[in-house]
Design a protein around this ligand. Structure first.
Ligand SMILES: C[S@@+](CC[C@H](N)C(=O)[O-])C[C@H]1O[C@@H](n2cnc3c(N)ncnc32)[C@H](O)[C@@H]1O
Length: 165
């Protein structure tokens, strides 16, 4: 009986995140590597923020290039998994937070988004506002989705790269 309640609770937690944004589907690791090598070559000075960081695959990959990686994730189960998988890695931080209610760290250089089409326009508006607030450009790596009304500066088969000034 307890097992059934636990399974139900896990389904509920994963199901409820859909109200706030994209459901959990991880980016394929070769695609993240391709993005950080060919589309936006990541440097040690970069600070990558994944807005809905899931199990943290993007964060751990970014850290391998020497970058600082911060993830916001609304699902506490995924925050725990992400923390476990990156434990001991000083470059990776995962925060239990709703991205829509969060301000980007002042040193953010790249934002990673694997969203749903419903949210893409809203993500674009938020990043434009944040770039103005921070006073420096922010790059967006969007997995799968093009931003309406904004031209990508580069694209690959899986990602689009945008700049917000
Ligand atoms: C499509 S998955 C992408 C996971 C990861 N970024 C990757 O590429 O592997 C989207 C993630 O965003 C999380 N999420 C959805 N809405 C969110 C919100 N408002 N704030 C923070 N995380 C959110 C979901 O729980 C899910 O783990």
């Amino acid at each position: 009986m307890i097992f059934l309640w636990v399974v139900l609770a896990i389904f509920l937690v994963f199901g409820l995140t859909v109200i706030f944004g994209a459901p959990y589907v991880p980016t394929r690791k070769p695609d993240v590597v391709d993005a950080f090598e060919n589309l936006y070559p990541l440097k040690e000075s970069d600070v990558v923020v994944d807005i809905g960081s899931g199990d943290g695959i993007v964060l751990r990959t970014a850290a391998r290039y020497g970058a600082k990686a911060i993830g916001y994730e609304i699902n506490p189960i995924l925050v725990a998994i992400s923390w476990l998988l990156a434990r001991g890695n000083p470059r990776v931080t995962t925060r239990l937070a709703n991205f829509w209610l969060t301000k980007l760290p002042h040193d953010t250089t790249v934002v990673y988004a694997f969203g749903v089409s419903r949210d893409i326009g809203r993500i674009s508006a938020k990043l434009q506002k944040e770039a103005l607030r921070l006073g420096h450009p922010i790059y967006l790596l969007s997995y799968g989705f093009e931003l309406p009304g904004k031209k990508a500066i580069r694209r690959s088969k899986s990602h689009h790269l945008y700049e917000f000034r």
